[in-house]
Design a protein around this ligand. Sequence first.
Ligand code: G3I
Length: 417
Amino acid sequence: MLYMGCLRGGSTSAVRLMPPTRRALLGGAGTALLGGAASTLCGPGARARPAAKPAGFGPVGPPAWTSDSLQAAAARTGLTYGCEVPHYRLDMAAYRRAVARECGMLVCGTAMKMEVVLAQPGIEDFGPGDATLRFARANGQRMRGHTLVWHNALPDWVQPLLARSGPAQAEAFLRRWIGAAAGHWRGTIEAWDVVNEVLAIGDAVQRPDGLRETPWLASLGPGYIDLAFRILHEVDPGAAGTWNEDAVEQDVPWMEARRTRVLRRLEGMLARGVPIRRFGLQSHLTSTLPIDQERLRRFLAEIGGLGLGIEITELDFDDRAFPSDIAARDRGVTDMARRYLDVVCAEKAVLNVVTWDIYDPDTWLNDHPNRKRPDGLPQRALPLDAGFARKPLWHAFHKAFRDAPDHGAHRDRLRRG
Ligand code: G3I
């Protein structure tokens, strides 16, 4: 298998990098992927760290989730429940216990992003991702990969690199990055968010195709999206390629326009033979906007009708439109959850429901200028509270999973691809 290698003076040298065998990867020996080529991976003076002692991804243990867990309720109808974990949080025993108890799937908040793996030019750091993967495998949990191509979480040295790269150089860099990340974790990731947030939002919608202006678009043109899916499929054909997108879930005209763009682009990608298998709705739901169940149901049905799987990839609920009173906020958030999950769980193409972390203190919403509460109170966005106790929102998830129709056979077929 040929990956475009490093660049010297603008030319591209093809470097034959045999991807690590699955056995080698499972022994954690995959860090030699770019070997000496990494020495010019990203500019002069960069050097590849010698292949680390095989970290190994450890054994796949028995499922650790409990019979009364969200995962147990989800699995009854072929769904999987999981959550995003910040890798540093796995140092906390109570957090580890809660995630093991409730989840059938994990995704890294940052550990598999370029900002961690390639933080330093020419050095790949798979450690945080390996540690999270080892934890998941030990608890019988599956992993999502997040995310390969995004305009955020780019290391400081990458944007100037892309800015001075022509298409051939940018493609070579993209191939090396996906080859490194998806190659290292080859065979262990159920689905990768191949591209993330590729549609422009609001006033930034300038292009007829609605694409967001990003360093990837600037250096590679609109074909970068198809290209990224094709590269992932070369590197890890067993991993489903997912297009992950935000702000497509609620009932406002500008989100309806985004839903239309999504459907048109998905149809085009399939017509071009792009190996996309899933669409991800991030689902950062806001209490400031309505949820129209019929519009949502129709959108999901149209995606499923294309033969694609659907993932709810980053679900959480900002409660900033609700009063300060905790009981009132919990009522508002559980109503949002019920309205959303009743539709999501009824769609047979939906495979995974993943929240963006699992316990309130970790939510990103409190730190985001546009999402935090005007009264400054910590939000009640996730299923577990600060003491890892199950909140009314947890019970709303559990009821939605319990009451959902059984689409297990269809979901199993979609997962097999
Ligand atoms: O761990 C370092 C710490 O050592 C350092 O002191 C600190 C200050 O520099 O940074 C810490 O890393 C930060 C990391 O979050 C962990 O907190 C990164 O700088 C910061 O960029 C990173 O932010 C993440 C962001 O994506 C960008 O990767 C957020 O945690 C994460 O919640 C957010 O998640 C995104 C999804 O990927 C895409 N959808 C939206 C979602 C929310 O923004």
